[in-house]
Design a protein around this ligand. Structure first.
Ligand SMILES: Cc1ncc(COP(=O)(O)O)c(C=O)c1O
Length: 355
């Protein structure tokens, strides 16, 4: 956990950044990957000669590829055209087989196409195991048992708010459950991409890596545990992480830039006697050829500025998308079965694990 030195003022709450890039696979996804694989080994669903099959745009796949290499499993990862060359190289370096889908689903993303193919391969390949990060509640449990406990412990009693980005809902689902049970005074704030419909709204294209989905994931099983949700634009997220690199010396991914914008907004609200924590999901080294590359930004029509004044101007303009996320829930309970997910039963309360 690192405290920002230069982006907050004397009247702001200190902002603490939990650097998940320090995990061995370089991102927060090591936590659910290891938790889910270990549980499968214990249950006998994954064993010698086994194959791990997963849909992932990068980080979860890299964690599984690393764990698979260490434990002797074949690993097949289904990615899409948004997956960066760096992530593809990392997957292959750990020995994973990579399949790139190119068919967009009805929400304009590749999530459903990737998941359906992963489930099809799982049915065809004997001895295979599907971690199934989007529909497996053990994803959230890994954060409930690990990330959340560390966060509260490391941030200390001044902790007023926690800011987390969301895609599969593992982080936000697990951490929000833990906070409601153990530190109910702490505000839980979710950060999504403009264009994602995890919390309803209009779907559209977005570039922030690792964030967003076309429905409310079951790992976020109770939206009443969230106090507010923000939706952040690509340009603001990328400005945020570029400013972090340039003015704080912290190199992290684009989702952290989005979380930073929201954390700075909240820091003004809470003042110096409290602190605001955000989770930085991965490392910026994965994005040197994209969001840290001026040519890439320009080719997407995005600003290349790293001005702190500009960042603060945009932070000033940020408003919550919702203070009652329950009202805009976008659950699709039929989806797990429709896509052939082995965790279809988890979409119902009866199918969920012990916490
Ligand atoms: C870089 C990054 N940030 C944020 C997230 C969102 O985390 P979760 O899937 O736990 O909601 C992910 C997930 O893939 C990610 O890779």
């Amino acid at each position: 956990m690192v405290r920002l030195q230069r982006l907050t003022g004397a009247h702001d709450a200190p902002v603490l950044v939990k650097l998940e890039r320090s995990n061995p696979g370089g991102s927060i996804k090591d936590r659910p990957a290891w938790h889910i694989v270990r549980q499968a080994e214990e249950d006998g669903r994954l064993g010698p000669g086994g194959t791990i099959i997963e849909s992932s745009s990068g980080n979860f796949g890299i964690s599984l590829a690393m764990i698979g290499a260490a434990r002797g499993y074949r690993v097949i990862i289904i990615v899409d055209p948004k997956t960066t060359a760096t992530n593809l190289a990392m997957l292959r370096t750990f020995g994973a087989e990579v399949i790139v889908v190119d068919e967009q689903d009805d929400t304009g993303s590749y999530h459903k196409t990737r998941i359906a193919l992963a489930n099809k391969l799982h049915r065809e390949i004997e001895g295979s195991f599907r971690p199934d990060q989007c529909f497996n509640p053990l994803n959230a449990r890994a954060h409930y048992r690990g990330t959340a406990v560390e966060l509260v412990d490391q941030a200390g009693p001044e902790l007023a708010a926690v800011v987390l980005t969301v895609s599969t809902g593992g982080q936000l689902g697990g951490v929000s459950r833990y906070l409601r049970e153990h530190a109910p005074q702490v505000h839980v704030v979710g950060v999504d991409a403009i264009g994602s419909t995890i919390f309803g709204g209009t779907s559209g294209p977005y570039l922030i890596p690792g964030v967003g989905l076309g429905w409310t994931p079951i790992n976020l099983d109770d939206l009443a545990r969230l106090d507010s949700v923000y939706k952040v634009a690509d340009e603001d997220a990328f400005l945020g992480c570029r400013v972090l690199a340039r003015h704080e010396g912290i190199l992290v991914g684009g989702s952290t830039g989005a979380a930073l914008c929201v954390a700075l907004r909240l820091a003004r609200h809470y003042g110096p006697d409290h602190c605001v924590a955000l989770v930085a999901a991965d490392s910026g080294e994965r994005y040197l050829q994209t969001i840290y590359d001026d040519g890439w930004l320009t080719s997407h029509g995005l600003s290349v500025t790293t001005s702190t004044v500009e960042l603060h101007r945009r932070v000033d303009r940020l408003r919550p998308y919702s203070n009652h996320p329950v009202d805009t829930a976008n659950y699709r309970p039929e989806l797990a079965a429709e896509l052939g997910s082995p965790n279809g039963r988890c979409a119902t309360a009866a199918g969920r694990p012990r916490w």
